[in-house]
Ligand binder design. Sequence first.
Ligand code: NAP
Length: 331
Amino acid sequence: MTNTSRAVHQVRRPHGMPVPEDFAFVEEPVPDPSPGTALVENVHLSVDPYMRECMDGDWDLHSPLEGRSIGRVVASRTPELAVGDLVFHRDGWRTHTVLTSADVRVLPQLPGVGAATFLGLLGGTGLSAYVALTRVARIQPGETVFISAAAGGVGSAAGQLARLLGAGRVIGSTGSAAKAAHLTRKLGFDAAFDYHDGPVGELLAHAAPEGIDVYVDNVGGSQLEAAIGAMREFGRIAWCGAISQYNATEPPVAPRNLYDLIEKSIRLEGFLVRNHVSRQRELEEFLVPHLRSGRIVENLSVTVGFDHVVEAFLGMLRGENSGKSTVLLEP
Ligand code: NAP
């Protein structure tokens, strides 16, 4: 085992889109676990849009960063964590960390389910999609669902889950023709469009001529405006994210039609997945049989090598991922 631990620190605040120079790689000796702790070597790291917001102030400069991760226990001084255990924890952006049993969830070994799925469909990503549909939008069988950033982690989970939950028609927007084709050919979407191809309102009206009932919003801005415009009476919007705004240097212009919520009795509700972690077991009970049968497929976008973690993060913000963006530290 190596004696050197590596970590990424943020070294300055970005203005607009972050750049590689906002980060630095730092090396230090691999720490020794003290009594009651275990040394964990990370295997899978998650890079997520919310981290862009953390860069504006939540993350201290020149300090360890946080992020969802899966690691393997490589040395232990606690009976609760055994060498070889795969654990979920939040000490991301680094190769090694020392944790107590209270800091981790020891992952169950589920035949047919890879560990990285606990960052994807069975992690906060899948849980966000599940909560958006079942608790916030309260989807009903036969309804038409529109999802933005549909080829991403939450979006591709939401599209497949909507189908399993009985949606009548599932429509996705994404950033390229290739991703749109992936949605309809591989992930079971009925229609998908590239939002660069014209005014989103027109593209959505073409894909959903009879309107939509549910919108899972990952993007905000003009896509939210288009969804409000296309929504039928008593529609529901589960507002999950606003990635079109995270790098913006000016206040948003859209949506300009919020008052249509009144006219059409639409409910718009934001949510944070961290307030719904009690649904994790329910998600696993629902999804694992579908994962094993192949009715839902994990859609991961894997970057290999810790050296590339910053590139993976920036690439995800630019839309280079198709599926949940993760970094694999060991091939
Ligand atoms: P993701 O969708 O896998 O990756 C981000 C995607 O956003 C990119 O692939 C890109 O895809 C799209 N994008 C980037 N800039 C855009 C822009 N200006 N306009 C439209 N699309 C843009 O990431 P994720 O982890 O699944 O997160 C998706 C959304 O859910 C984010 O807004 C995130 O903050 C939110 N989220 C919220 C919660 C919660 O608790 N509420 C939890 C998890 C995630 P394209 O190629 O399609 O543009």
